[in-house]
Design a protein around this ligand. Sequence first.
Ligand SMILES: CC(C)(COP(=O)(O)OP(=O)(O)OC[C@H]1O[C@@H](n2cnc3c(N)ncnc32)[C@H](O)[C@@H]1OP(=O)(O)O)[C@@H](O)C(=O)NCCC(=O)NCCS
Length: 180
Amino acid sequence: MSEDRSERQRARTGADSHLPEVRLRPMRIADLDALMPFEQLMFGPEAWSRQSYLDELADTELRYYLVAESGAELLGTGGLITIGETAQILTVGVLPAARRRGVGRLLVRALVAEARRRRASEVLLEVREDNQPAQRLYAAEGFAVLGRRRGYYEQGRVDAITMRYEIRRDTAPRAEEPAQ
Ligand SMILES: CC(C)(COP(=O)(O)OP(=O)(O)OC[C@H]1O[C@@H](n2cnc3c(N)ncnc32)[C@H](O)[C@@H]1OP(=O)(O)O)[C@@H](O)C(=O)NCCC(=O)NCCS
């Protein structure tokens, strides 16, 4: 691979990746065929059903779902809901084989950029207290810990950490939020 192309690749994925070019686009119902076999593996007890995704995708007004792909290969997904000035990240998942190559970071940045476009002033999320990879990803992207929801997961057994990203109106979008 030429020096040039490899530079471009790093720019797209935000990592020193060996993946071919990663592209983000809105999720379609047809993507569920590729996603559902990995849903349980990625989210365990928090996995969503196909019907849940269908319901989510049907609401294009408040909700915004993305896929990351490389060629025709699904790498990950992310979803956001925006109500008034508050956006919430509903899901971010990267297939195990594609992890630690910047795909999760790319998805989070794109969701934050969409929240900004929708005029939100903050982006909230919940993450399992035992999910260090996700907490580190969000912290690295500028989310701060807001608090804890006791027993939010697994019938009261696992707490959620709530995190918040403030969207500043007096600044331009962060350069790293991808334009779409
Ligand atoms: C969390 C998740 C989305 C991260 O996706 P990813 O594509 O591997 O993440 P990235 O490569 O973009 O990582 C970006 C940064 O996040 C942090 N991070 C990601 N995975 C990590 C891990 N396993 N351990 C420690 N830090 C991690 C690092 O700071 C990383 O930067 P670095 O690679 O330069 O050190 C992925 O592990 C996943 O899908 N997990 C299962 C589903 C899930 O838990 N989703 C979140 C629900 S709230």
